[in-house]
Design a protein around this ligand. Sequence first.
Ligand SMILES: Nc1ncnc2c1ncn2[C@@H]1O[C@H](COP(=O)(O)OP(=O)(O)OP(=O)(O)O)[C@@H](O)[C@H]1O
Length: 387
Amino acid sequence: MTESPQADAGLPLPAVRTELERAVLAALADVVDPEIRRPVTELGMVESVRETAPGEVEVAVLLTITGCPLRGTIEADVTAAAAAVPGCRSVAVRVGVMTPEQRRALQDSLRGARPANPFAAGSLTRVLAVASGKGGVGKSTVTANLAVALAERGLAVGLIDADVHGFSIPGLLGVNASPTRLEQLILPPVARGVKVISIGMFLDADRPVAWRGPMLHRALEQFVTDVHWGDLDVLLVDLPPGTGDIAISAAQLLPDSELVVVTTPQHAAAQVAARAGQLAQQTGQRVAGVVENMGPMALPDGTVLDVFGTGGGAEVAERLTGALGADVPLLGSVPLDPALRVGGDTGAPVVASAPQSPAARALLAIAERLAVRPRSLAGRRLPFSPR
Ligand SMILES: Nc1ncnc2c1ncn2[C@@H]1O[C@H](COP(=O)(O)OP(=O)(O)OP(=O)(O)O)[C@@H](O)[C@H]1O
């Protein structure tokens, strides 16, 4: 007798006739598509499982697109899962590509009953928008490292690079892959456990982005609604420096988002950073805390080099606490550290590549604080309605 059950998502599973075919299909439920992060059996990717001779199995796998960069990984994972089934002596994997109808069915099942904006008010995902007063304070470097550190703690993490004019997140995470398009749905590349999307993945890297506010808003809206994020615990957003259009768009599109303000220890930088944080007053966002970056660095002989001075982070936290009428903590101070710069240049975030370095230790401690959601959102202001 042949059976043709339905996968959980409503996509068909192949019919199986023998015990071995049934056991191999069951084993393939442990093979997870690296982009969508769901079992291949739920995604309509297993076209057939055939026992061509006793103990010999042929598995036909359907990729979402031709030239899928993850073909090798999927092929290897399917082979390993099938080969581990008792009684399976040999495995042959045949790789094909989905038809447009199959792709549409997959897109529909992934979209399913999800709301158009998965991060609308009441979302269970904690959204942290990382802001700074001015450029070059290390906001993107801090964001990329916090994302990896949170993913290493077992959280499902997404990262939107909304720094449209100075996108640097793909480089910091070592992502070269372009997002896969599944009809209208964009599947974000996954780097070090983080689902990441950046305007830089859609543009010629050497061309400047000369976009006005509405285009930027539309781009961010697409990142929020057209990207398949799945169920995230945390979404980080790397905002452009300052208090421009994108920061306001982000507050509108991600209404429950909290700001994390990055500053250097310098008094002048702290003043500008506090202004960026005060945007929360108008947008109704909570400020989760302040990260001081490029803080004092301990030299091997024990002396401390404070290139950018001291105290800027505490100053911003104090100012924002006063201005917003809610406790804004200093989450930590990340020292100046060549390891952090090298990790960024090589696409190997320091929290993963050199976790014992001073900067990594500080960033890991900050991630630990952020991984715990505060119990109360008291102190939030009512959102403004832009005219
Ligand atoms: N703590 C640190 N120690 C040493 N180098 C650092 C540190 N933090 C950041 N850097 C380096 O400083 C430079 C600027 O960092 P980054 O690009 O993250 O800044 P940014 O605030 O995101 O800038 P922008 O918003 O203008 O794009 C990078 O070369 C980065 O490697």
